[in-house]
Design a protein around this ligand. Structure first.
Ligand code: ZN
Length: 403
């Protein structure tokens, strides 16, 4: 049995599945015309398989931990959702109610983390973590606010941002989970990776911008249709293709990490595209794009001790810029490499990136961290392993800043 649903702007398969509490696999099975890499067009009619209520009949030899694990909920919530049942062991044949999964949307296994998911998680945090401050640093080309999150009250400020490149949106979910883990540990006065987070956040404050390029991320996740203000242009800049999985730029076709005033002219001459493109176009002038401008203005005001820019390709840490970096940069990069098992790399032949500009302008430590390996967008299966390494690295950067 299924119901009909008319897709609307900003929909994709994962979002529709989430809304109707089904998974993408069953959505595809009910819509034979669709493939999992397809975008959904507004107005398109989809069959939504009706999801039965979440109930489960207890089998012989079942236990609460095993059932909780299968449904990805905690044992405590499973027991709480079934009052009157034995708290020790469920009885075979008994029908249990399964609670909804909880936690950030980055935890969902069919992960496709865009601007809509970011806003949902940020609003969830507002009531959850009174110690967290949310603000915005500016707006994107399409008028989306660029949210920032502050955690901690320490005088040493560390900035981390993600998704400057559109098809690297997995970096936003990595950063969101890291912030959530820190906030939860601070809130509960518990340890995170053996570190007293509350004490750490009295020395250091974290300033995060989880999604620098929301227009680009939404383009990768949802594609374009004729009502999009840049429909014609995007189709042309993308060489006529309707697939935007390779898109790194913002919605103007400008690569935001080639926008910063650190030998920008050299970068412009070096890079091949002379006009808007999926990647590598520097734009007509440094900081001509609102996302880059907002990040630079904010950075100028904030007196950051250290910055980290999260990207996805190579499992490497870039730590230098034309010898402007401070003396301690290489040692700190090696320290970050030791905990994350990424490679610290001295890079030449690249200019106009955010960390290049930060190092040149402030002579402090700035890092570009390439978190993953493979073809972008990286598959969701990589998330847990990537998170282990990235969270170790980010925590180490905060601890180093506190010293
Ligand atoms: Zn990148």
């Amino acid at each position: 049995m299924s119901i009909h649903y008319v897709a609307r702007s900003g929909d994709n398969l994962q979002r529709i599945a989430r809304r109707f509490r089904v998974n993408v696999t069953s959505l595809l099975a009910a819509n034979g015309q669709l493939f999992d890499h397809d975008y959904v067009l507004p107005g398109q009619i989809l069959h939504i398989p009706v999801c039965p209520d979440r109930h489960y009949v207890v089998q012989e030899e079942d236990s609460y931990p095993a059932i909780a694990y299968s449904f990805e909920v905690s044992e405590e919530r499973l027991i709480a959702a079934n009052p009157g049942t034995s708290a020790v062991r469920p009885q075979a044949g008994q029908v249990l109610s399964i609670p909804e999964r909880e936690g950030g949307l980055w935890m969902e296994s069919s992960l496709a983390y865009g601007y809509e998911e970011l806003l949902l998680d940020l609003s969830r945090w507002q009531s959850l973590y009174p110690c967290m401050h949310q603000s915005t640093i500016g707006k994107s080309v399409l008028d989306r606010k660029l949210p920032s999150v502050q955690l901690g009250s320490g005088s040493r400020r560390v900035h981390i941002h993600a998704s400057m490149h559109a098809n690297e949106w997995i970096t936003t979910s990595l950063l969101m989970r890291f912030i959530d883990d820190l906030a939860a540990a601070a809130h509960a006065t518990s340890l995170y990776r053996g570190t007293d987070i509350q004490a750490l956040l009295q020395q250091v404050s974290l300033y995060a911008v989880p999604m620098v390029n929301p227009d680009g991320v939404e383009l990768v996740l949802c594609g374009v249709h004729p009502s999009h203000p840049y429909y014609e242009k995007l189709s042309a800049w993308n060489n006529g293709s309707r697939q935007f999985q390779q898109w790194k730029a913002n919605i103007h076709g400008v690569d935001l990490n080639d926008q910063f005033p650190a030998n920008w002219e050299t970068e412009r001459a070096r890079r091949s595209p002379q006009g808007p493109a999926p990647r590598d176009y520097t734009g007509e002038a440094p900081l001509c794009e609102p996302e880059a401008q907002a990040l630079a203005n904010w950075t100028e005001q904030m007196n950051f001790h250290c910055v980290l820019s999260l990207h996805t390709q190579g499992e490497e840490i870039y730590w230098n810029y034309r010898s402007y970096e401070p003396e301690e940069a290489e040692a700190l990069a090696n320290r970050l490499a030791a905990v994350s098992f990424y490679r610290a790399v001295k890079l030449t032949g690249s200019d106009a990136g955010y960390k290049d500009w930060f190092i040149q302008q402030f002579r402090r430590c700035g890092f570009t961290v390439e978190c993953g390996f493979g073809v972008n967008p990286l598959p969701a299966e990589q998330f847990p392993a990537m998170y282990e390494r990235v969270s170790a690295l980010l925590l180490e950067a905060l601890k180093a800043a506190a010293e």
